[in-house]
Design a protein around this ligand. Structure first.
Ligand code: A3P
Length: 319
C-alpha cells in the first residue's frame, strides 16, 4: 500500500508540474486542469474523485460556483430531503452541525483517501461539488443522476470570495489580498474553479438540453422568492409538499431554519470549525445582494458587466 501511495504521489506530482500554474490569491498556487483552476490540494481530490467515485442513478448533486450561496442551499436541500426523518425543528441536525458537514463536497472527500466511505449515506444520497461539468467523474454522466446548479452575480461572487480568502489568510498574514490584483485574476478566469463564466455556461447549457435533469438556480432569485423556489426544488427532486404540509407551514419552517440569521447565530456556526480546519463563521458574512457596490469602483463594476454580457448574452443568460 505504501508503494502504491508513493507511485500515486509521483504520478500526481508529474501531472501537476505539467499543468499551467499561476500564483493564486485563493491558495498559494492554482493549476489549470481541463480548462479550470484548482488549488493544489483540491486538485488531488478532483483526480481521485474522477477515478473512483461511483454515482448512483438516485444521487442528487448540488453544484455551485464558490461563494454563490452553497452553504445556504446545502442547508435547504438537506432539510427538504430529510424532512420526514427530522420532523421536530427543535431537534434538527442543522442546529448542531454546519451544513458542510451534513452535505460534504464530493471532491474534498477524496483528498486524504482514495476510497471514502459513503455507506452511511441514505438514498437518495446528496452530495455537493464545485466541479465544472467537463470534469465530473464519468460515472456521474453514466448514472443519469440529477443536478441542482446554483450561481450568483459575478460581482457579488467575486467580492464574497475576496473576503473569504482574506479570512482564511488571517491567522498567518496580516495584509489583505490586493483587491485590484484579485479582481484582475478573477476577470482572467484565474479563480477557484474559474473561469466563472465557463463554469456557469457548462451547466446552463445542460439545463437547456435536459431540464428534467438539471435545475438551474440563481442566488438572487432564491433571495427574492425563496418559497416559490423551494416548492420548485421539491417538485424537481420528486418530493413535493403535500397539502397537509403546506397547511402546517413546513415550507416556512425549512426556510426559517436555513435563514442567514438563524444559521449564522447558532453556536456551532459562531465558534465551530470544519474537520478541514476552516472556521464555520467564514461561510456567513452579509448574505445580501449587491454588496459588491460597496467595494468595487465604477470602472470595475463596468468591466465585470461587460465580460458577463460578452460571455453569457448570446446563450440567453443574464447574471
Ligand atoms: P457574502 O460574502 O456576500 O455575505 P458559499 O456558501 O457558496 O461559500 O457562499 C457564501 C455566501 O453565501 C456569503 O455571501 C454568505 O454570507 C452567504 N450565505 C451564507 N448563508 C446564507 C444564508 N443562509 N442565506 C443567504 N446567504 C447566505
Amino acid at each position: 500500500a505504501y508503494l502504491q501511495e508513493k507511485e500515486l504521489f509521483q504520478e500526481l506530482r508529474d501531472l501537476i508540474v505539467s499543468l499551467p500554474a499561476e500564483k493564486g490569491w485563493v491558495a498559494n498556487y492554482l493549476h489549470q486542469y481541463q480548462g479550470f483552476w484548482h488549488t493544489t490540494r483540491q486538485l488531488q481530490g478532483v483526480l481521485a474523485c474522477q477515478k473512483h467515485f461511483q454515482a448512483h442513478h438516485t444521487d442528487i448533486l448540488l453544484v455551485t460556483t464558490p461563494k454563490s450561496g452553497t452553504t445556504w442551499l446545502k442547508a435547504i436541500m438537506f432539510a427538504l430531503m430529510n424532512r420526514a426523518r427530522f420532523p421536530d425543528p427543535k431537534q434538527h441536525p442543522l442546529l448542531t452541525n454546519n451544513p458542510h458537514v451534513l452535505v460534504p463536497f464530493l471532491e474534498l472527500e477524496y483528498i486524504d483517501t482514495q476510497f471514502p466511505d459513503f455507506t452511511s449515506f441514505i438514498s437518495p444520497r446528496l452530495f455537493s461539488t464545485h466541479l465544472p461539468f467537463v470534469s465530473l467523474p464519468k460515472s456521474v454522466e453514466d448514472s443519469g443522476c440529477k443536478f441542482v446548479y446554483l450561481c450568483r452575480n459575478p460581482k457579488d461572487t467575486f467580492v464574497s470570495l475576496w473576503h473569504f480568502t482574506n479570512k482564511l489568510r488571517k491567522p498567518k498574514e496580516k495584509v489583505e489580498n490586493s483587491l485590484e490584483e484579485a479582481f484582475d485574476k478573477f476577470c482572467r478566469g484565474v479563480s477557484l474553479c474559474g473561469p466563472f463564466w465557463d463554469h456557469v455556461l457548462g451547466y446552463w447549457k445542460q439545463s437547456l438540453e435536459d431540464p428534467e435533469r438539471v435545475l438551474f438556480l440563481k442566488y438572487e432569485d432564491l433571495k427574492k422568492k425563496p418559497k416559490a423556489l423551494l416548492r420548485r426544488l421539491s417538485e424537481f427532486l420528486g418530493c413535493p409538499f403535500s397539502q397537509e404540509e403546506e397547511n402546517y407551514g413546513v415550507t416556512d419552517e425549512i426556510l426559517n431554519l436555513c435563514s442567514f440569521d438563524k444559521l449564522s447565530n447558532l453556536e456551532v456556526n459562531k465558534t465551530g470549525k470544519l474537520p478541514s480546519g476552516e472556521e464555520n463563521c467564514t461561510f456567513f458574512r452579509r448574505g445580501e445582494v449587491g454588496d459588491s457596490m460597496n467595494y468595487l469602483t465604477a470602472d470595475m463594476l463596468e468591466k465585470m458587466d461587460r465580460i458577463t454580457e460578452q460571455k453569457l448574452k448570446s446563450c440567453g443568460l443574464s447574471l
